[in-house]
Design a protein around this ligand. Structure first.
Ligand code: NAP
Length: 309
């Protein structure tokens, strides 16, 4: 049991905040975990399942006296929430966020940051397609990356302390520049999600033509797309609206590649297809070698859990 913070305030009580609360409480990493969610329904559920040590009806009550405040709301709501908590933050407190996009969150939060309060943006690369206060679990972050994008003037001690908490929750940390983060995530997470949404949309149109076959025979590939495409609509709407440039860049490149493969199929160029698929197979192997997935036939996923977001 290593207490790293006296009082952690979780703003938003969904998958990520819930998992943090479970992990922090299981590890005795904070003296007290306070929670706030905007809806009475979520607060009520959080109380019923004892998600936090205290659940507050007012956001000020949750953050008052906290030495760490975690913004765990959709990316588009970060600025508004920061504006609400700003007058109530304790001097010397650290604010972090868990948003899937970093540049726009920094732009939204910074104008409201009071003097003497530290801001260390972050993003856990861990998630599932489930959301809400009952979806979290203590091991969500185990062996997953948690990227920190401190600002040039972020206090190194505040960053180091947050790093200790994240590591104690089982995650591995890395530090990168916010713009670089957004480009990397556009490739590894944001564009793939949009492709999954699109593929499921295409199948949905087809289903109207061919009855239930698409559902009935949805083994392997399509089934994985449907799992990704079941992710929270609000969260993903905000991700695309707030990581617009990087996502459009990657989707442009994706479209070009798709045309190349489309042409190879049309021209019967088996060699090109084989070479391409050999390269992509090597990438899959390197992900397994890096410990970010397993080679199990179900891609190493426990039901409902996926390796990263
Ligand atoms: P979630 O399970 O849907 O929970 C979101 C929470 O935010 C809920 O408590 C919700 O309150 C609150 N909220 C929603 N809109 C709000 C608004 N406009 N103002 C104030 N509060 C609002 O979401 P999550 O998956 O934990 O995601 C939270 C953050 O983590 C997002 O920024 C997301 O990008 C990031 N993230 C998610 C994943 C993932 O896989 N899910 C992975 C890494 C990072 P109510 O319940 O009261 O509506």
């Amino acid at each position: 049991m290593t207490r790293i913070y006296d009082r952690v305030a979780l703003i938003g009580l969904g998958l990520i905040a819930g998992s943090m609360s479970h992990a922090i409480r299981a590890g005795g990493l904070a003296g007290h975990v306070a929670g706030y969610a905007r809806s009475e329904k979520t607060r009520q559920t959080a109380r019923e399942i004892d998600l936090c040590d205290s659940v507050h009806d007012d956001i000020a009550g949750a953050v008052r006296g906290a030495d760490l405040v975690v913004l765990a709301v959709p990316v588009g709501a970060m600025g508004e929430v920061m504006a609400q908590i700003a007058p109530h933050l304790a001097p010397g407190a650290t604010v972090t966020d868990v948003g899937s996009v970093k540049q726009s969150v920094i732009e939204a939060v910074l104008p409201h940051l009071p003097q003497g309060v530290h801001f260390v943006p972050g993003h856990p690369l861990a998630g599932t397609e489930h959301s809400g206060p009952t979806s979290g679990f203590a091991t969500l972050f185990a062996n997953r990356w948690w990227l920190l994008t401190p600002l040039p003037d972020s206090d190194p001690d505040a960053t180091a302390r947050l790093d200790r908490l994240i590591t104690a929750m089982g995650a591995k940390t890395d530090v990168m520049d916010a713009a670089h983060h957004d480009l990397v995530l556009a490739v590894t997470s944001h564009a793939p999600h949009l492709i999954a949404y699109t593929m499921v949309g295409v199948a949905d149109h087809l289903r109207r033509v061919s009855g239930e076959e698409v559902i009935q025979y949805s083994a392997a590939g399509f089934r994985d797309f449907t799992r990704i495409a079941a992710s929270d609509p609000t969260m993903w709407r905000d991700v695309f609206l707030h990581n617009k440039d990087a996502t459009l860049d990657i989707l442009g490149r994706f479209t070009e590649e798709l045309f190349v493969l489309q042409r190879a199929i049309r021209m019967g160029d088996g060699q090109q297809l084989h070479d391409y698929f050999t390269r992509t197979r090597a990438i899959r192997r390197s992900i397994i070698d890096a410990g970010q997935d397993t080679g199990a036939p179900d891609f190493g996923r426990t039901p409902g859990a996926k390796p990263s977001q």
